[in-house]
Every structure is written in structure tokens, then in C-alpha cells.
Design a protein around this ligand. Structure first.
Ligand code: FAD
Length: 379
């Protein structure tokens, strides 16, 4: 194990995962580092994709690098060490993190921001023939290769929530633009789009119809095969590229950490602190015990400043700050082409201006990671 203090500083803070909250923490740390503290971030790759721009990338509006937060650059800015690898466990008693194929990393305080997966391990054929939408990075790479190949394409998305609908619209738009559209199907075992108000769902359904998407609801899947999907009612749906966007599953290794969990998600209190005082958790992987919220990037983003304050407080024995989760948030949903729908408090509004507005918000979010001010130093 690398000692928490190998780097010559007296404290070591470790960020597990380069999710949205941790990316923001890295940036703020660079502007105002905690004195005498080494920061390390562990992430499977040197970049982390931004979910807000994923549908735009899938549709072909953005290049791949527009989607990626450059963690290497951010870590350099923060004076942090980037460990490229998967965390596979935490030894709470020894205060160390296991990383596949690498030495353990010790910590004084750590935070987990690893997101979720949309893998469906119990669905026959899914592992061999389908691609989970999350983690986004590997999904984006596979779609990129598929989108830019030749011939008529048949696509399907399993899971008719907002993310599934956004993806099938973006994929359909990309194939139509390339003259490759064969068929597109959205499949849900219950009613699609049930999490958004009926007026908003109506707009999305109409857009899916315009894009030639067939929506199959209240129907289970018995098997995913290489070229088709077998439904429980006996139908067979053609699909050469099947994506899973049905719900959020927590990563399994978290179950063995000994941290208190709810449904596999890491319980956190109002300070974003887990059942272990030296471990915080944020974003989709965390469960806000006092005020549960849906899994959405806006919460990870809003948690970032509080997380940073509390990491700082935990390292300096100061008082922790509470995080107050907002009740509702503005949902901006891409509708395939350069058109989007906004919805808040049940009121939907759609069109190309909304896409321009969403694009502006997303580009501004990403710009803050590229246009970095001069870093501060406490040394
Ligand atoms: C198609 C789609 C569109 C979406 N659009 C929106 C939207 O418009 N607005 C919105 O608010 N939300 C949206 N969401 C939801 C959004 O993606 C998530 O809520 C958001 O990404 C959560 O951020 P996070 O910080 O929890 O984790 P993530 O952004 O998922 O980041 C987690 C990071 O941790 C890394 N990681 C994973 N496992 C490990 C490990 N073992 N060790 C180390 N690192 C690890 C991952 O590689 C990744 O870099 C969308 C989701 C999808 C699927």
C-alpha cells in the first residue's frame, strides 16, 4: 500500500471516481487548495464524459472530445495525482482503497463519486449483445463506431425513461442524417415516460413518432440476441445495436465496503457523509437518507461545493456544512435534432430556441474545465 503520507504532506484526501461533483471539486481545489494536503483522484480513464452533452454527441451534433472532461488537466491544475484504474474496495479499518492491478492507496479522508451502471446482468443475452448506456464512456465509444459504419441499421433501447427516450431520438436522428435508418424501437416493461408530466410526455412521444421510433410498452424481454430482441409476448424486434437505459444499478463492489447502504446506494447524511466519518459520497452512487432524490446530474453538480467544504472541514477538524437538496429541477431533454424540451413544475416548452439555451448551458459547464485560471499554491 502507498502510505497516505508518501508525498511529504501530512494529510491525504482521495477522490474515488471522476464524476461531475469530483471534477468540480478538483477545479475549486486548484483555486484554493487545502494546506499541507495531497489530493489524489482515481478514475478508470483520463477523461470523464459529461452526461448533458451525451445525447448531442450520439445525434452527431458534438465531437467526442466536446463530451469529455479532461481529468488529467484538472488534476494537474489541482496539484493532484491521477490514478488511472478502477477502485474495487475500501478497507475502512486500514483507511485504504483497493485498485485493480495497482497498489492500495491510503487516505485520511475520501469521497466516492462513481455514478451508476445500467447493466442488466440477469437479462439473458444482455451481457453478450447489448451495451449499457452507463458507464457513458464505453457506450459513447461503441456508438461512435456503429454510427460511422455502413448499411441500414436497426436499433433498440431497453428502458423508456427520459434517458432512454433521449437516446433513441438521438440515435434515430444520427442514422437518418446518414441515410442509414432501418428501424428504431423503444421497449419498456411498464409505461414509458411515466416520470415526467403527461403534457411533457406527449411532446416526447410525438417527436419519437416523427423520427420513426416504435414504442413498445408493458412488454417484457425474454432474450437479447445478436440481431434481434425476443419479447415475452413472442414478438421478435430487429436490432443490431441494443442499448440498456433501464434504471440505475449501483456498482456491486460497494456492497462489500461495510458502509451503510439503501438498495445498494451509499447512505449519506445531510453533510454527504457516509456511515464512516472519513468517507463521503456524492452524485448518483449516494442515497440522501433524509431527502431521497432521483438520479440526476444536477444534484451531483450542486453537491460539489458542499462536498469540498466538508472535505476541508474533515481534514481540519472544522464544523461540517449541510447540503439542502432542491425539490425540483429544470429538465432539458434533447429531441434528436437541434431541438429540445424544457420542463419544470409540470410545464413543458419545446423548440430550437430551447436547444440553443441547453447548448449554451452545457457549453458553459464544460468551458469552466478548459479555461482554467492560474492555480494557487499553499506550499
Ligand atoms: C443519456 C443520458 C442523459 C442524461 N442527461 C442528463 C441531463 O440532461 N441532466 C441531468 O441532470 N442528468 C442527466 N443524466 C443523468 C446523469 O448522467 C447522472 O445523474 C450524472 O452523470 C451523475 O453524475 P455522477 O457524478 O454521480 O457520476 P458520473 O457522471 O456517472 O461519473 C462517475 C465517474 O466515476 C467513474 N467510475 C465508475 N466506477 C469507478 C470505479 N470503480 N473506480 C473509479 N472510478 C469509477 C466513471 O468512469 C465516471 O468517470 C443523463 C443520463 C443519461 C444516461
Amino acid at each position: 500500500m502507498t502510505s497516505p503520507h508518501d508525498h511529504g504532506k501530512s494529510k491525504h484526501a482521495v477522490l474515488i471516481g471522476g464524476g461531475h461533483a469530483h471534477a468540480l471539486v478538483l477545479k475549486s481545489w486548484g483555486m484554493n487548495p487545502v494546506a499541507d494536503t495531497q489530493l489524489t483522484v482515481i478514475n478508470p480513464g483520463k477523461t470523464a464524459p459529461y452526461s448533458g452533452m451525451l445525447p448531442g454527441f450520439v445525434a452527431g451534433h458534438y465531437t467526442r472530445d466536446a463530451l469529455d472532461i479532461d481529468l488529467e488537466q484538472l488534476a494537474r491544475f489541482a496539484g493532484a495525482r491521477l490514478v488511472v484504474g478502477h477502485a474495487t474496495g475500501i478497507d475502512l479499518a486500514r483507511k485504504s482503497i483497493r485498485i485493480s492491478g495497482q497498489p492500495d492507496v491510503g487516505y485520511d479522508v475520501t469521497s466516492i463519486d462513481i455514478g451508476i451502471t445500467s447493466d442488466m446482468p440477469v437479462l439473458p443475452g444482455f451481457a453478450a449483445h447489448a451495451i449499457p448506456a452507463k458507464p457513458l464512456g464505453s457506450f459513447a465509444a461503441k456508438w461512435h463506431a456503429f454510427r460511422d459504419s455502413d448499411g441500414y441499421a436497426h436499433i433498440a433501447v431497453i428502458g423508456g425513461g427520459v434517458a432512454g427516450a433521449e437516446l433513441i431520438m438521438a440515435m434515430s436522428h444520427a442514422l437518418q442524417t446518414r441515410g442509414r435508418m432501418g428501424s428504431a424501437t423503444l421497449i419498456d416493461s411498464a409505461e414509458a415516460l411515466s416520470a415526467i408530466p403527461p403534457k411533457a410526455a406527449k411532446i416526447v412521444r410525438q417527436k419519437m413518432t416523427d423520427l420513426g421510433v416504435t414504442v413498445i410498452e408493458n412488454t417484457g424481454i425474454s432474450e437479447v440476441c445478436a440481431d434481434d430482441i425476443l419479447l415475452s409476448d413472442g414478438q421478435s424486434i430487429r436490432s443490431d445495436f441494443t442499448t440498456g437505459a433501464a434504471g440505475a444499478r449501483p456498482y456491486e463492489w460497494v456492497q462489500d465496503t461495510g458502509l451503510a447502504l439503501t438498495g445498494g446506494f451509499i447512505d449519506v447524511d445531510e453533510f454527504l457523509r457516509t456511515s464512516d466519518k472519513a468517507v463521503f459520497a456524492t452524485g448518483d452512487c449516494a442515497h440522501l437518507v433524509a431527502s431521497p432524490r432521483p438520479k440526476a446530474g444536477v444534484y451531483a453538480v450542486r453537491q460539489a461545493p458542499v462536498l469540498l467544504q466538508n472535505l476541508r472541514a474533515a481534514l481540519t477538524d472544522d464544523a461540517l456544512h449541510p447540503y439542502k437538496a432542491q425539490k425540483d429541477y429544470l429538465k432539458l431533454i434533447s429531441l434528436g435534432g437541434k431541438s429540445a424540451m424544457g420542463e419544470k413544475f409540470g410545464l413543458p416548452f419545446a423548440g430550437s430556441l430551447i436547444w440553443k439555451w441547453k447548448n449554451h448551458i452545457d457549453q458553459s459547464f464544460m468551458a469552466q474545465f478548459r479555461d482554467l485560471p492560474p492555480a494557487s499554491s499553499t506550499d
